[in-house]
Design a binder for this molecule. Sequence first.
Ligand SMILES: NC(=O)c1ccc[n+]([C@@H]2O[C@H](COP(=O)([O-])OP(=O)(O)OC[C@H]3O[C@@H](n4cnc5c(N)ncnc54)[C@H](O)[C@@H]3O)[C@@H](O)[C@H]2O)c1
Length: 355
Amino acid sequence: MAAHPADCPPQAGRGARRVQKILITGTAGFIGFHLARQLLAAGHRVHGYDGMTPYYDVRLKQQRHAMLLALPGFTATEAMLEDMATLETVAGDFAPDAIIHLAAQAGVRYSLTHPRSYVETNFTGSFNVLEVAKALKVRHLMIASTSSVYGANPEMPFHETDRTDHPLTVYAATKKAVEALSHSYAHLWELPITLFRFFTVYGAWGRPDLAYFKFTEAILRGQPIDVYNHGQLWRDFTAVEDLVEGVVRLLPLAPPVPAARATPVEGDSLSPIAPWRIVNIGNSDKVHLMDFIGTLETLLDRKAICNFLPMQPGDVPATWADCTLLQRLTGFRPATGLAAGLKPFVDWYQEHARR
Ligand SMILES: NC(=O)c1ccc[n+]([C@@H]2O[C@H](COP(=O)([O-])OP(=O)(O)OC[C@H]3O[C@@H](n4cnc5c(N)ncnc54)[C@H](O)[C@@H]3O)[C@@H](O)[C@H]2O)c1
């Protein structure tokens, strides 16, 4: 069978220059898999670290890792972040130039029923990554945070310097805690850190727990889909290819320095006293949930049966990213429209995930 376009290693991103050794946590996950492929295609060496947690179908994670292991330059360890001895040994042996920390207990709704796994993975696990990065004096530590930290801020679009003091879920609270913890490490140990705030990412090899995946599954089976807040939700949907391009372009840039020692770009989120910065990566657009469902219906050529429900606890009515900082730093801003961005997911789903 001919290779599906979503299975082919991507082309090297324009941001990638010097070959680097990059330790990525969460490479069996959706975003880590795509990011690792892109960095390998650019000639970098990547060591993946992933605990293969059973939050969703582990076979999907194994498939992603198997594809990465077939590519030159990729090695991997299957272990939990909480296993500090293994993390220290693996990171020490690989001696990375940079660490990109993506592994997390993700998912807003699951955090209502399983809060402990968020504290253990997101807080304790990230603490271990910070300790390792400090000990190895890595050139740049990059950490995934989330648009969920903006909570229900009414001011839109969300800017990196907006207040994020009122998280609505344990997921958001643990991510916010990691943002704060990482600032102290950046300050105390001069550890350069970039935090990404990602906005609802979708694409081929995507996450089965997210709405776009569940909607597709249900629409194709002729089953109803749960539509919360009676459809009155808006999300900034980001194509995974755009998100990866943003990260790949940030990687070779000079790591952050304290604002007091830098010439910050306009609207920069640099800390005044630490080499620490936050960068939104979203599509700078908010899409109404019913328009999103309509786009899926068109691509699948099927009508959705909508089961309209009230707002879920902890959910936010809207997310919308201001990506001016990303553009000023890298010259790039995600701009893939929903129909073009969802097509690779729908194609992949119909070819792979339904089997
Ligand atoms: N996908 C999105 O829409 C989105 C949006 C905002 C932020 N993020 C953030 O981006 C990052 C990547 O998300 P994703 O969508 O790829 O999620 P994912 O669940 O597909 O990937 C996370 C990976 O981390 C691994 N993992 C979880 N806990 C671990 C632990 N304790 N030790 C070792 N490995 C562990 C899992 O096995 C999984 O493969 C996460 O930090 C997430 O919070 C994602």
